[in-house]
Design a protein around this ligand. Structure first.
Ligand SMILES: NC(=O)c1ccc[n+]([C@@H]2O[C@H](COP(=O)([O-])OP(=O)(O)OC[C@H]3O[C@@H](n4cnc5c(N)ncnc54)[C@H](OP(=O)(O)O)[C@@H]3O)[C@@H](O)[C@H]2O)c1
Length: 280
């Protein structure tokens, strides 16, 4: 067994599916240092991947009211895994978040050396804190953003926004899961360390995704837009809207598809999966 994955949620399962038989999802929770170290000693993985965390259900507002649980899962838990991995000399990969920025940096997009500038939600604060701590160790951190893929599901950004009664429309960097996993694996194969923005190239706004959804998946679908100010009247935490730079990946010789092409491709797969489910 080569890869041991912690966190059996959306991203953990996607990694497992992508890596196949070489990978295993651990049943051990990241709570107790000795238990985690014992699991690593028993399984002896070449790579540990941390996909554990609290993102909030039904959304990130949950984290505002559950700060202790959020802090534990997003900061303490990765540090427990990082300490055990460092102690045993095991290469660690951590799934971080691009939701630590606000804005577009004059169209350039934020790069991996830019200090986080978005602290409007407790969730984002915890992701920035853990990122800063883990940056001190030879750990690979993959920044993910607004993940979406071809499989309908409550964690998929396509499913999420098509179910909202009203949506904002702001340009954002997103990670199409197929690309995120491929790029993540390429970086793991190189035993890269440090932070990487693993988002598709460029930005896309909500309206563009919804128009593509209407064109490709469901022509009868309609949506209603509202402003950020209106949205903030019904949400507890602010939401990060930002563009990230993919120049560091390019410099490593790793190509990631332009966002509009990758989203379109995911929507064709999404439609195919909906049709398969209907026929079954
Ligand atoms: N999905 C996104 O929009 C998004 C975007 C950017 C970054 N990320 C990051 O990606 C990572 C994975 O997110 P996801 O979307 O896969 O979330 P998810 O579907 O909620 O899965 C996270 C899993 O981690 C588990 N977990 C929490 N604390 C744990 C602990 N101490 N030990 C072991 N497992 C624990 C959760 O189980 P319980 O709920 O039972 O505790 C859950 O099964 C997180 O770090 C998240 O911050 C996600």
């Amino acid at each position: 067994m080569k890869y041991l994955i912690f966190g059996k949620g959306y991203i953990g399962n996607k990694f497992k599916e992508f890596l196949g038989e070489d990978a295993m999802l651990s049943d051990v929770r990241l709570e107790d240092y000795s238990a985690v170290k014992a699991e690593l000693e028993k399984m002896r993985p070449e790579v540990v991947i941390n996909c554990a965390g609290k993102t909030g259900r039904p959304n990130v507002d949950w984290c505002e009211d559950h700060k202790t649980e959020t802090l534990f899962s997003n900061v303490t838990a990765p540090l427990i895994l990082a300490s055990a991995s460092q102690e045993l000399g095991i290469y660690m990969v951590h799934v971080g978040s691009g939701c630590v920025y606000e804005g577009y940096k004059n169209g350039e997009g934020f790069n991996e050396d830019d200090a986080p500038n978005f602290f409007g939600s407790f969730y984002s604060k915890t992701k920035a804190w853990s990122e800063a701590m883990m940056k001190e160790f030879p750990i690979l951190q993959l920044r993910l953003r607004m993940p979406l893929d071809g499989e309908p599901g409550e964690r998929n950004f396509i499913t999420k926004i098509t179910k909202y009664p009203k949506v904002i429309s702001i340009p954002n960097s997103v990670s199409v899961i197929d690309d995120f996993l491929q790029v993540g694996k390429a970086l793991i194969d190189k035993k890269a360390t440090g932070i990487y923005n693993v988002t598709n190239e460029g930005t896309i706004n909500h309206q563009e995704i919804l128009d593509m959804y209407k064109e490709i998946v469901d022509p009868s679908y309609n949506y209603e837009l509202f402003s950020v100010e209106e949205m903030e009247k019904i949400t507890k935490a602010k939401r990060s809207n930002c563009g990230l730079s993919t120049k560091k990946l390019e410099a490593e010789g790793i190509k990631i598809r332009p966002v509009k092409e990758a989203v379109r491709d995911a929507l064709y797969k999404y439609k195919e999966n909906l049709e398969k489910a209907k026929a079954a």
